[in-house]
Design a protein around this ligand. Structure first.
Ligand code: HEM
Length: 525
């Protein structure tokens, strides 16, 4: 009787000792806010994380905290960010395991959450396909220009009589661009269901719980990924249920689109693919015929997951940046009138906007750059898994630890951006007032996992922003400013030099730096 008790007791002590050591920072580690045995640093992290790291570790390039036994390295300076993401790009190309997704839907997949061969193949296929549809050439540009015209005429028609919720109209226009590339139609306008779908997408990316749950999941991962019953149990926790329901709803929607396309596919396959889904189905068919390497990687289920990722990564980000752009124009009327003057001088009042206009609109380009710096949209970046032992900022980082970065603080480094909270497009103008892009802005990340939609996003931001500024003046709807929070934003902005930082302090982490909803009254110029 005594022997089993002693054995179990000793095993317990050994396990505790092992976990204790795993959650204890060593002398050779970067600074750490604190860590409790077994559970790690949760108690020491303050909200929002990017602000806590900027204030508490202002002078540190790299910070370490523990999520249970999982090591999370936080890049807190541009130098450390570059050293990790660019100089060690291959080792930083990992993501968190997809075991939970596999358990839930029976397959891994997508563009954002996978790594290894599956991710490489899908990323390459997606980049090629989007390029074939005119990313960087005329196709996508033409489609964005048309959407911008639709947007302006809707605002011109409705704007005379009512204040407009810009999130809704911008969200629809931005979604239509991806809808056309992926589905080959303007589903966001044509399908009455789409507003619900858009809401679900927004909630998914903007939901701070998503990030919190992600952290908790990381804390359990070393054990749960080796123990399927425990993983199943964790997925049943109340916090996870809402996220899972939303994900299933969105995946069902994407899968329906795939099936509708597949049903229309001629037996000989599509001769020329008109959208992403057709290109994928064609690719699958070719792979099967040639029995190519990696043929079994491309499946209908994974196609649905890739589409979901294109929407998740590509709609809310672009829409929210545009909303920041408009609110910054309200807070900085002098900048807004210079932008309008430049646009009207070069393009006139109605001329259609195209990417070639970038070369003429130096001040406008600088303004958009400054919007993106201050918006710092994906505040903590996305989580990367380190796939091999590396060295960053003089510290050894072991394989299979994780890494995030402080986009917010890197964009506000006073040595690089003097008076960092001030809105100053002049930062990006040379002595002849020509636009010079900053090498220090990391709004799209960098390295192997840099944003896959960067060119598309830049096109959308430019064409939508210039079109709106060219045609309209706008102001916040006065009546429900306090209800919408809009009044507070501009008030804060004018008093505190554009300190437009509306983040609910209750949120530990924020995936996308959000704005409260606001309505604008538009006047056609
Ligand atoms: C202003 C708009 C946008 C911003 C600020 C933005 C920002 C980012 C950032 C910071 C990342 C993570 C990089 C990292 O892992 O370190 C990312 C990844 C990604 N973005 Fe964007 N993005 C934008 C628009 C788009 C658009 C329009 C698309 C789709 C067409 C898109 C598709 C993706 C994808 C698929 C990834 C994952 C790439 C990978 O893991 O290999 N993004 N984006």
């Amino acid at each position: 009787m005594l022997l089993p008790v002693v054995l179990i007791g000793s095993a317990g002590v050994l396990l505790f000792g092992y976990l204790y050591r795993l959650t204890k920072p060593q002398k050779s580690d970067p600074p750490c806010p604190g860590s409790d045995p077994i559970i790690g640093s949760f108690r020491y992290l303050e909200r929002p994380l990017y602000r806590f790291m900027s204030e508490r570790f202002a002078r540190d390039h790299l910070v370490l905290f523990f999520l249970g036994p999982t090591r999370m390295y936080y890049l807190n300076s541009y130098a450390a960010f570059r050293e990790a993401m660019v100089d060690n790009a291959e080792a930083l190309s990992g993501r968190v395991t997809q075991k939970p997704i596999e358990l839930l839907i029976g397959s891994n997949g997508g563009l954002v959450g996978t790594d290894g061969e599956l991710w490489k193949q899908y990323r390459r296929f997606t980049l090629h396909t989007l390029r074939d549809f005119g990313l960087g050439r005329r196709g996508a540009e033409h489609c964005i220009s048309l959407e911008a015209e639709e947007l302006c005429s809707e605002i011109a028609t409705r704007g005379g009589s009512e204040a407009i919720d810009v999130n809704l109209v911008l969200g629809r226009s931005v979604s239509n661009v991806i809808c056309q590339l992926v589905f080959g139609s303007r589903l966001a306008s044509d399908n009455p269901e789409f507003e619900r779908i858009l809401d679900a997408f927004n909630e998914f990316t903007a939901n701070p719980r998503f990030q919190e749950e992600n952290f908790k999941a990381l804390a359990f991962l070393p054990i749960s990924s080796r123990c399927t019953p425990l993983m199943r149990l964790l997925l049943k926790l109340p916090g996870m249920q809402g996220i899972i329901e939303k994900m299933n709803y969105l995946l069902d929607f994407c899968q329906q689109q795939v099936e509708a396309h597949a049903a229309e596919m001629p037996e000989a396959g599509f001769s020329e693919a008109r959208d992403y889904i057709e290109a994928h189905l064609k690719h699958q068919q070719l792979n099967q015929q040639t029995d190519d390497n990696g043929a079994d990687l491309f499946t209908n289920k994974r196609l649905g997951m890739a589409i979901l990722d294109l929407f998740l990564a590509g709609t809310e980000t672009t829409t929210t940046t545009l909303r920041w752009a408009l609110i910054y124009m309200l807070a900085n009327p002098r900048v807004a009138s210079k932008v309008r003057e430049e646009i009207r001088q070069h393009l006139g009042v109605q001329g259609r906007v195209c990417m070639a206009d970038k070369a003429k609109l130096h001040y406008t380009m600088a303004t958009l750059e400054e919007v993106q710096r201050l918006a710092s949209l994906v505040t903590n970046g996305l989580t990367h898994r380190v796939t091999a032992d590396i060295q960053v900022a003089g510290y050894k980082i072991p394989a299979n630890s994780y890494m995030m970065y402080n986009m917010y603080y890197i964009h506000r480094d006073p040595d690089q951006f003097p008076e960092p909270d001030c809105f100053k497009p002049e930062r990006y103008l040379d002595s002849e007032s020509r636009f010079q892009a900053s090498q220090r802005l990391i709004q799209f990340g960098a390295g192997k996992r840099a944003c896959l939609g960067e060119s598309l996003a830049r096109m959308e931001l430019f064409i939508f922003f210039v079109s709106l500024m060219q045609r309209f003046d706008f102001r916040l709807e006065t009546d429900d400013c306090s209800a919408s929070g809009g009044g507070k934003i501009v008030d804060q902005a004018t008093r505190a030099q554009a300190l437009l930082d509306y983040v609910d302090p209750e949120h530990l982490l924020v995936l996308i730096r959000h704005l409260p909803s606001y309505k604008l009254e538009f006047t056609e110029l």
